[in-house]
Design a protein around this ligand. Structure first.
Ligand SMILES: [Zn+2]
Length: 270
């Protein structure tokens, strides 16, 4: 498998940041896109605008084993379409790609092509939030976090390492539960310091992301970030502190700082 890393450390997962820009891509920055690798299994998280070209720098389209999507805004899922096209139209098409998403979240992007085009190229697997499910070697816990559209915060655990990811979200105590003891909290932070009042319930700041990470005892990174990281258990043989698990009922939500795109952003939902 042409994964982003040839290493297979049983104590870590590799995270490749394909992009972290908000709303729309720039010439040098894709929107959200994160590749999580564990034991050779490639899980693509949130294939936003322009993330596919970045993905193809690391792995073939056919090498992706599953896709996990936090919410249906196109800056988090639009490149699912070209990914499926690349697989469906290949000379030797791979098997159907498992696409995990909240119910209805990717209906619009899947409708971009008429049914014959992508038929058989994917299997849609709805997940619930709050909830727990498995994707290959990853155990996934989900929380509903507040955004303009239904958005799932995601906690991925594999081999004793934990990646917490907020998707897009406003403030919520559930973010701390989501990130409890995580080896890495990847947090939306559309604004550096203060979120404008009309978006304050649905978007976050870098300051809030850091505060949440401190409360959760997690290492934090605000999108957008670029590069590759290996998440390694802090101390060999010591498992991360367990999460208290998803709440029984949906709660509220958290934070990325990106001045260029922040200036561009409209007040409308994204
Ligand atoms: Zn969004």
């Amino acid at each position: 498998m042409g994964g982003p890393s040839a290493s297979r450390n049983v104590l870590c997962m590799n995270i490749t940041v394909l992009g972290g820009g908000g709303a729309w891509p720039t010439g040098r920055q894709a929107c959200s896109g994160y590749l999580a690798e564990r034991d050779g299994f490639l899980l693509l998280i949130d294939p936003g605008y322009a993330s596919l070209p970045r993905l193809l720098e690391h792995a073939a389209a056919s090498a992706v084993d599953a896709v996990l999507i936090s919410h249906g805004h196109p800056d988090h899922c639009a490149d699912l379409n070209p990914l499926l096209r690349a697989r469906a139209l290949a000379d030797d098409p791979p098997g159907p790609l498992a696409v995990h998403a909240l119910p209805g979240a990717v209906d619009a992007v899947l409708a971009l092509d008429a049914p014959p085009m992508l038929a058989g190229s994917y299997v849609l697997r709805d997940f619930a939030a709050p909830g727990r499910f498995g994707i290959g070697p990853f155990e996934v816990d989900s929380w509903m976090l507040p955004h303009f559209v239904p958005n799932a915060g995601l906690r991925l655990t594999a081999g004793g390492t934990v990646l917490a990811y907020t998707g897009d979200t406003g403030p919520s105590p559930d973010i701390v539960a989501l990130a409890r003891g995580a080896d890495l909290l990847l947090a939306e932070a559309t604004y550096p310091y203060v979120v404008p009042a009309d978006s304050a319930a649905y978007l976050s700041s870098a300051v809030a992301a850091g505060q949440n990470a401190a409360r959760a005892g997690a290492a934090a990174s605000c999108s957008p970030i670029c590069g590759q990281a290996r998440i390694r258990r802090r101390q060999r043989g010591q498992p991360p502190r367990p999460s208290t698990g998803p709440p029984r009922s949906p709660g509220l939500g958290s934070p990325s700082a990106y001045p260029e795109q922040r200036r561009q952003r409209p007040a409308a939902p994204r």
